[in-house]
Design a protein. Sequence first.
Length: 200
Amino acid sequence: MDEKTEIKYYHCSYCECLSKSSELFQSIKKQKERYNLHNNTEDNEEYRAYFKRFLDFTLPHVGKPKKALDFGCGATSLLSQMLENRGIECDYYDPIYYPTPISNNKKYDLIISTEVFEHLHQPKRVFESLTERLKKGGYLAIQTEFHDNDKEAFKKWYYHQDPTHIVFFTKKSFEVLAKMYDCEVLASNEKNIVILRKND
């Protein structure tokens, strides 16, 4: 329990995942209202630079993917366009803005998901579904802010103050998930990006 906010958190000492109590989970409608406050548009140079930093870290680790998926792309297909400009065919999906389902039979060399996992009500199930969409030897690159696994530091952390941010991870959280779903952690910036590879 955070004494200041009176928010109850659940902490797994094994995988280091932290989650808000489920009664605080936000509906899709509420999440959209919050997200619409962001200036995440294609002509926002800061937003474009933010994605460039993600790609500059990620792409050197993932070979030469031909087909990619941007899972949870948000209100624009900007990141998908940036991949297309680098010669990578990219689909995009978002439950709020682009909810049309993608064929379950389609497999990808690379799946990217930026600032999505902290919103997920069932992150384990989503992780599993994404790894099922990967080709063998394919890559899953996730960006979400890592917490320090320190109770007092967590209370002062800005990231959990967003009401739509409900679950928080460390690199170890993804190492545990990787072992569960036949993947390995290939690289991490130890801050907010982890790249996983599906075993052959």
